[in-house]
Ligand binder design. Structure first.
Ligand SMILES: *Cc1c(COP(=O)(O)O)cnc(C)c1O
Length: 363
C-alpha cells in the first residue's frame, strides 16, 4: 500500500502554503551577497524588535534548559493589565497562525462551512480544508470586505467566519461600527474570528471588547510578528470570553509557546515608545511609497497596514526581476491578483531602493 494513500483525504489534498523566501535562500539561489538583499515580502518590522524585548529574550535564553511556563502566566497577566480584561480571557499561541488552527480543532467537523473573504489570509482556507470543512469564499469589493456580503453567506452549517481588519493582502480595514454591527447580527451557532494582526498600525484601532461583555461568540487574534518585530519567536494571542479561551487552551500542546518568546512579548508590551515610533515610521514610509508609485504611474490600493498592493503588470515577472536585484517582494497571483505585487513598507532607505529598482525594471 502506498504511503500517500494511507493519509487522510484532507491531508492528501491540502494545498501548500508558500512563504516569502528567507534572505539566505535567495542569496544562495542567485549568487548574491545576503548583506545587499532587502526583504519586503512578509510584513516584518524593518526596525527589528524593541531593544527591551531583545534584552528580555537574552535573559530568558540563559535558562534555556527549562521548559517554558505552559500556562503563560506572566504574559497573560501582562495582557490582562494592558487590555483591562482577566488573565483567563487570553490564549497564547505559536504565532496567531496556531490559534487559527486551534479554532479548527475546537469547532470544525467535516462538512461544516467557514466563511471568509477573498482575497484574505490564505491560512484561513488551509485550516478549513485540513479539518474537512468547506471554505465559503466571498469576493471583496474594490479590495474591501463588505460585511453584509459575508453575513449573506452564512448558513446553518457555518461554524466560523473570519474578519481580518486590516486585511492581508489588501491593507483595507472596516470601521469599528461596521465590525460591531456585523458581530451583533450573527446567529449564535457562528463564531466570529477577528484577525487583528495589523491593528497596532491603525491610529485608533477598533475596540471590540464590548462584544465580549455582551457574550457574543467571538475571538480577536493578535500577533507579536508584525509591529512588535518578533516574527522569529512565533508568538501571538487571542482575547475573548474566559469560556472561549478555556476551549482553545484545552486543545493546545502544553508547551506550545517558547520561554524566549514569552519573555520578549512581555517586554515588548511595555515598550510603547518603540511601537509608537514604528507606527509613525510606517506612516511616513507608506506616504513615500504612495508618492513613488504615483510618479511611476502605478495604481496602488490605499493601505492602513504595513504593506501595500501595487499594480505592476505582470506580478510574477516583476517579482523575479526585483529578486534578481536583491529586493524580495511578494507575488500575489495565488491570491487571484496576477497583475499586482505586495510590498512591505521598509525603512526610508529600503523604500527608496525598491522604488529605484522598480523604476529600472519598468522602464
Ligand atoms: C502575519 C499575519 C498573521 C500573524 O501570523 P503569526 O503566526 O502570528 O506570525 C495573522 N494574520 C494575518 C492576516 C497576517 O497577515
Amino acid at each position: 500500500m502506498n504511503l500517500e494513500s494511507l493519509a487522510k483525504p484532507e491531508v492528501r489534498t491540502q494545498p501548500v502554503y508558500e512563504p516569502g523566501k528567507p534572505i539566505e535562500e535567495v542569496a544562495r539561489e542567485l549568487g548574491l551577497d545576503p548583506a545587499g538583499i532587502i526583504k519586503l515580502a512578509s510584513n516584518e518590522n524593518p526596525f527589528g524588535p524593541s531593544p527591551k524585548a531583545l534584552a528580555a529574550a537574552h535573559v530568558a535564553l540563559a535558562q534555556g534548559e527549562l521548559y517554558p511556563d505552559g500556562g503563560g502566566f506572566v504574559l497573560r497577566r501582562k495582557l490582562a493589565e494592558v487590555w483591562g480584561l482577566k488573565p483567563e480571557q487570553f490564549v497564547i499561541g505559536n504565532g496567531s497562525n496556531e490559534l487559527i488552527e486551534l479554532l479548527g480543532h475546537v469547532f470544525l467537523r467535516p462538512g461544516d462551512e467557514v466563511v471568509m473573504g477573498n482575497p484574505a489570509f490564505v491560512v484561513y482556507k488551509l485550516v478549513t480544508l485540513l479539518f474537512g470543512a468547506k471554505a465559503v469564499e466571498v469576493p471583496l469589493v474594490n479590495h474591501c470586505h463588505v460585511l453584509a456580503n459575508l453575513a449573506a453567506a452564512i448558513t446553518p452549517r457555518t461554524r466560523l467566519v473570519f474578519v481580518p481588519s486590516p486585511n492581508n493582502p489588501t491593507g483595507t480595514a472596516n470601521t469599528e461600527a461596521e465590525l460591531l454591527a456585523f458581530a451583533r447580527g450573527l446567529p449564535d451557532h457562528v463564531v466570529c474570528v477577528f484577525d487583528e494582526a495589523y491593528a497596532e498600525y491603525l491610529e485608533s484601532p477598533p475596540d471590540l471588547r464590548p462584544l465580549i461583555a455582551e457574550g457574543r461568540n467571538m475571538i480577536c487574534l493578535r500577533t507579536f510578528s508584525k509591529i512588535y518585530g518578533l516574527a522569529a519567536l512565533r508568538i501571538g494571542y487571542g482575547y475573548a470570553s474566559a469560556d472561549m479561551a478555556a476551549l482553545l487552551n484545552r486543545v493546545r500542546q502544553p508547551f506550545n509557546v517558547n520561554a524566549i518568546g514569552q519573555a520578549a512579548a512581555v517586554a515588548a508590551l511595555d515598550d510603547r515608545e518603540f511601537t509608537a515610533r514604528c507606527r509613525r515610521e510606517n506612516h511616513a514610509g507608506m506616504a513615500q511609497l504612495g508618492a513613488g508609485f504615483g510618479r511611476l504611474g502605478l495604481e496602488f490600493v490605499p493601505s492602513v497596514g504595513n504593506f501595500i498592493l501595487v499594480r505592476v503588470g505582470d506580478g510574477n515577472r516583476v517579482f523575479d526581476a526585483l529578486q534578481r536585484r536583491g529586493v524580495i517582494v511578494r507575488p500575489v497571483k495565488s491570491y487571484g491578483l496576477p497583475e499586482w505585487v505586495r510590498v512591505t513598507v521598509g525603512t526610508s532607505a529600503q523604500n527608496e531602493r525598491l522604488l529605484r529598482d522598480l523604476a529600472a525594471i519598468l522602464r
